[in-house]
Design a protein around this ligand. Structure first.
Ligand code: SIN
Length: 191
């Protein structure tokens, strides 16, 4: 599959005719809402886990030296906590551009503390060409430490995400382990 998903996402007609749609964010969409929204609420989705397994060619790395950003991986019993936004359909033009490096819109049940709605999430599936896949948290931290792209250092993405999860009161072992390894790398005397 091509790394640029804009055309595929524009064919998504599931919510055509709706005045507003709930979008679930689990990565930079938690801490960087650079789009208009009608409501913003902490939420979760079931059966998916957050992993720094997606390559970033356009935000936190380059095509030659991709950074690492999060995607969702299916895992029975897992719960992924994040932030949901109620948006109008026009906002998808901006979001499709922002998430164009491998992410596809997927319809998904979104859970709030007082109920459930059907909404959308952007997921970079393992068949997209920017997908990097599994690595140890230590190796991911080293990869993030040396990566940067047009949106800034890859480490900012990780640190902003870790802080946003703490603000939400949510523990994510994978994210916090990478943060710890990155801090240790930064603290190590350079040769
Ligand atoms: C998301 O935040 O929901 C998608 C991944 C990202 O943009 O970091």
């Amino acid at each position: 599959m091509t790394a640029n998903t804009i055309a595929i996402n524009q064919l998504m007609d599931k919510f055509d005719g709706h005045h507003s749609v709930w979008l679930f964010g689990y990565g930079s969409l938690i801490y960087k809402a650079d789009f208009p929204y009608l409501q913003r609420r902490p939420a979760s989705i079931a059966g998916w886990t957050r992993r720094f397994w997606q390559g970033s060619h356009d935000h936190r790395g380059t095509p030659e030296a991709p950074g690492r950003v999060v995607t969702l991986i299916e895992e029975a019993g897992a719960i992924c906590h994040g932030m949901a936004y109620l948006i109008t359909p026009e906002v998808f033009t901006h979001l499709d551009h922002r998430e164009k490096n491998g992410y596809l819109r997927l319809a998904i049940p979104i859970t709030f503390e007082d109920g459930e709605v059907e909404g959308l999430v952007y997921i970079a599936t393992p068949d997209n060409i920017a997908f990097l896949g599994a690595a140890s948290e230590q190796d991911i931290a080293a990869h993030i430490a040396r990566s940067a792209g047009p949106s800034g250092p890859n480490s900012d993405y990780l640190n902003h995400l870790a802080s946003a999860l703490r603000e939400l009161g949510r523990h994510d072992q994978h994210v916090f382990d990478i943060e710890r390894h990155l801090a240790a790398l930064r603290a190590a005397p350079s040769e």
